[in-house]
Structures are given as structure tokens and as C-alpha cells.
Ligand binder design. Structure first.
Ligand code: UD1
Length: 349
């Protein structure tokens, strides 16, 4: 059996790691990298950390508007699928690479699997929400991380294509945490204080408007806390273009590889983010997560008390952030042994 996995952005490499490993024990895999993320630290470093074989094809699409990026991927992927004639195509998550891959594949009537299906923010201002809805509706098989995801599919009449597999990022974390804690020296590399918060920001609605971004960093500057901030290129570009100065309690560092970033999460006291995947990782690691978004697809992390949605415009933003101290356990809502379940299903189809 021949399977083509299509990836392009950092969170997809993290999902591909454990999936590819188990898939290759059972089938032959071809990896297409769209090139949506192309910086060494956003791409090659993740392949290295997660021990993913080098992509068979790199489309080098790079950055661009939604339409330019997605269209470039669509036509390039179609050519490869026509040539390779795979039995299955697998797409991951909610990026432009996901939608382009699924659309190219289903139109050629190749059975198409969407990993991390069923998630919804119900916020159409997010390009990811459009990508998710469209990908779920056109794909043939939907691998769903949570019960909430299954419910969303039911509400959209898609449950017949859904499989509750659990979240593949659990496998990525379980496969790598021990190694990350042992071998990463990220705290020495950057001379980190033992008591710090970790920050990530890259969502267009937080960072694309420079006045929003300026207010967020300035409010975080009011906290009497060390904050470590690995900066996504999108955010760095906007900070630089608008000469926004970052307060001195915030240490800006380059984007980190998977192992170093896991170690940073492990060492941190709290995590402040607008990423989806990091909300889950914080939950799995038992770190308080403050999500700078009005809503989340990972509602279980909020329901079990480990994640708080917080608007930076709230008057008592700083106090709420500092006072958020979850206690108790994290029920295993994201499953375990997920890659094997996924590959077993594909083999049985
Ligand atoms: C994309 C995904 C988002 C995901 C995120 C993870 C979409 C719509 N968004 O957002 O869901 O959470 O990846 O990081 O697909 N850039 C570089 N080097 C790179 C990559 C990007 O400099 O290697 C810069 C470019 O200026 C680019 C900008 O970052 O224009 C944004 O990149 P893009 O791929 O369009 O979206 P992300 O914000 O990374």
C-alpha cells in the first residue's frame, strides 16, 4: 500500500512524526512538504528532532496571500498525485497546506484521510476555521481527537465519516518528553531564570494589527515576571516593521525546535499562548495555560480547569493572569497510542 502524507507548517511536522513512524512499519510512505514553512528553525529542525525522513517532494511554495499560497500548492500537489497514484492521501490539521492537499486529492478520487478533524472555533475570522470546515466536508475519512470533535461532526451531518482516534500530539509528546528533558540545554543556552513564564503569539488577529500586538506586549511588560518569548517569524516581522519595542522582562529568542520547546514548557511556571497545539501540551504537562483568544477548539482544557481564555483588553488582565493557579488532575481526554490506532484503521479500509 502506498500512502502520501502532505505537510507544510510546523504543527504538521509534529503530528507527522509519530504517524510516519508507525505507518512505515505497515506501508510505503511518500512525504510532500509544501514549503509553507521554510526557515530552518520552522522546518528542518523539526524534521531532525522528530526523526522524520526527508520529504520526497518539496514544493517550495513559501509565503503569500491565502489565495496565492493555496493555489500554488493545489496545482503542484495535483501533478505529484497523478504521477504517484497513491492508495491514500493523509492531511493534517488546519493550515492552507491541509486544504490544498485535501482538495487536490479528493478531486482525483483518491481516498483522503484528515487527521485532527472535527475541531471548530466557530470563528470564521480565522483562516484555520475555513480550512477545517472545508477539509472535513470534502475528505473521506475523519480522524477525530476528542468527543467534542465527534459532536461537531454530528451537528454537521459528518459523523458517518468520523473515527474517534485520540490526538496524535499525545504520541509526539510521549515519544519525546524524556529525551527533551534529558538532552535539551535550552535553559543554559539562554541563561534562563528558574522562575519564568513562556509566551508564544502568532495568530493573525493578535499580531497582524500592530496596535494589538503593541498593547499585548506592553501589558505583559507590566507583569513583574521573567517571560521567555520564542518569536514566530510572522510576529517578528510585524514587531520590526512597526518598531514595537519589547519590554525588558520579556526575553525574545528565535523559534525553537520540538525538543527545546518541550523543555521550555516543562520548565515554565505558566504558558501564555494563542497556539492550539500548545494549549494541549500545557494540559498534558500540567502547566497553567492562559490563552489569548476569545474561544478555543480545545474546550476540554478549559473545562478541566487548566486553561483560561483571557482578553488582553480586560481591565484586570495582569491580575487574572497572575492569579490563575489550576489544581487537580488532567483526565486523559486526548487518548493514547494514537498513531497505531490511525494506521490500523487505514490498513482496514
Ligand atoms: C500557519 C497556519 C497556522 C499555524 C501556523 C503555525 C495557515 C492559514 N496558518 O500560520 O494555522 O498555527 O502556521 O506556525 O495555514 N514566515 C517566515 N518563515 C517561515 C514561515 C513563515 O518568515 O518559515 C513568515 C512570513 O512572513 C509569512 C508569515 O510568517 O508571511 C506567515 O506565515 P504563514 O505560513 O502564512 O502563516 P503562519 O502565521 O505561519
Amino acid at each position: 500500500m502506498k500512502v502520501i502524507s502532505i505537510v507544510g507548517a510546523r504543527p504538521q511536522f509534529i503530528k507527522l512524526g509519530p504517524f510516519s513512524k508507525v505507518l512505515r512499519e505497515n506501508a510505503s510512505e511518500i512525504i510532500i512538504h509544501t514549503g509553507q514553512h521554510y526557515d530552518e528553525k520552522m522546518s528542518d529542525l523539526l524534521f531532525k528532532d522528530l526523526k522524520i525522513p526527508a520529504p520526497d517532494y518539496n514544493l517550495n511554495i513559501g509565503s503569500g496571500t491565502q489565495g496565492v499560497q493555496t493555489a500554488g500548492m493545489l496545482s503542484a500537489i495535483e501533478g505529484i498525485l497523478l504521477k504517484e497514484k497513491p492508495d491514500f492521501v493523509v492531511v493534517f490539521g488546519d493550515t492552507n497546506s491541509t486544504l490544498a492537499g485535501a482538495l487536490a486529492s479528493v478531486k482525483l478520487r483518491i481516498p483522503t484521510v484528515h487527521i485532527e478533524a472535527g475541531l471548530r472555533s466557530f470563528n470564521r475570522d480565522m483562516p484555520e476555521e475555513i480550512n477545517r470546515v472545508a477539509t472535513d466536508h470534502i475528505s473521506d475519512y475523519l480522524f477525530v481527537p476528542t468527543q467534542t470533535g465527534m459532536l461537531n461532526l454530528k451537528n454537521e451531518g459528518l459523523l458517518g465519516k468520523g473515527f474517534l482516534t485520540g490526538d496524535i500530539m499525545v504520541d509526539s509528546l510521549n515519544d519525546n518528553l524524556k529525551k527533551a528533558v534529558e538532552i535539551s540545554k535550552v535553559e543554559e543556552q539562554f541563561g534562563l531564570h528558574s522562575d519564568f513564564f513562556l509566551l508564544t503569539l502568532h495568530r493573525p488577529y493578535n499580531v497582524d494589527d500592530p496596535s494589538n500586538l503593541k498593547q499585548i506586549v506592553s501589558k505583559l511588560g507590566n507583569l513583574n515576571k521573567h517571560i521567555v518569548f520564542p518569536i514566530h517569524p510572522r510576529t517578528k516581522n510585524i514587531l520590526e516593521a512597526h518598531k514595537i519595542s519589547v519590554p525588558s522582562n520579556i526575553l525574545c529568542i528565535p523559534p525553537q525546535g520540538y525538543l527545546d520547546f518541550l523543555k521550555l514548557q516543562w520548565l515554565s511556571k505558566k504558558i501564555i499562548t494563542d497556539s492550539g497545539g500548545i494549549q494541549k501540551e500545557a494540559y498534558l504537562l500540567g502547566r497553567a495555560c492562559i490563552t489569548l483568544r476569545p474561544e478555543t477548539e480545545w474546550i476540554e482544557t478549559v473545562q478541566h480547569g487548566w486553561n483560561m481564555l483571557l482578553d488582553y483588553l480586560e481591565d484586570d488582565f495582569e491580575e487574572k493572569l497572575l492569579n490563575f493557579l489550576p489544581t487537580g488532575v488532567q483526565p486523559p481526554v486526548f487518548g493514547d497510542g494514537v498513531a497505531k490506532k490511525m494506521v490500523d484503521i487505514i490498513m482496514s479500509l
